[in-house]
Each structure stands twice: as structure tokens, then as C-alpha cells.
Design a binder for this molecule. Structure first.
Ligand SMILES: [Zn+2]
Length: 114
């Protein structure tokens, strides 16, 4: 499962970034793009499993979805690409150039000292 692997690597990087182990992680914020979007429910479930027996246990996971930027080749309008409605919001043409998708990033770790 894709999310399980992502969750494991998130926990690994949290553990390597947290200064000491005398406390616990209470909140984690990650962000991801639209094309490689992860499923929120599956991700939270996988995160809880991966967090078991670490200082991340019971941490709240927040997932931010970063919109994909697109530019219309017809009228040059820049807009947020919608996978379900891939047309320019200004001229309704679908001759659009899609920007780079955002990578999966660990954005924030909230740590609470004991
Ligand atoms: Zn347009």
C-alpha cells in the first residue's frame, strides 16, 4: 500500500528531526500535490499504525493538498488545475499547460516536552 510506505518514511524523518526523545509529537503537517495525491483516510490510518510505539503515537496528522498550477495556452490565464474540470476558467479552452506537481513534504512538527 502506497500510504503505508509514505507513513513509514514520514515517521522516520520526524524521528530524525526531533531534538530529543523526552516528549512527544502532538501534531504533524504534511503537504502533497494533486497527481500523486494520497488518500486522507488511508494516510491517517497508515500514520497511526506507523506511529505506534514511537513518540509520534497519537499525534494528529494534517494533510494539505497543494493545487496544481496551470497556464492557458490560449489566453495565458494562470489558474489552479482541477483534475475533474480541466478547462481554462476564463476562455473554457482545454489547451493548457500544467505546471510541476508539488512533492510530498513534511511541513511542520509540533513537539511537546515532558
Ligand atoms: Zn484561457
Amino acid at each position: 500500500m502506497h500510504e503505508a510506505m509514505v507513513a513509514e518514511s514520514i515517521i522516520d524523518s520526524i524521528l530524525s528531526q526531533v531534538p530529543n526523545k523526552h516528549g512527544r509529537v502532538i501534531r504533524v503537517v504534511i503537504s502533497c500535490g494533486q497527481i500523486n495525491a494520497i488518500n486522507d483516510e488511508a494516510m491517517k490510518f497508515a500514520f497511526d499504525i506507523a506511529a505506534e510505539e514511537t513518540i509520534c503515537k497519537d499525534a494528529k496528522l494534517k494533510i494539505k493538498h497543494i493545487p496544481l498550477k496551470a497556464t492557458c495556452e490560449n489566453c495565458s490565464k494562470k489558474f489552479n488545475y482541477d483534475l475533474y474540470d480541466p478547462c481554462c476558467p476564463k476562455c473554457s479552452k482545454n489547451d493548457i499547460k500544467i505546471g510541476e506537481d508539488a512533492p510530498l513534504l513534511l511541513e511542520e512538527i509540533e513537539f511537546e516536552e515532558n
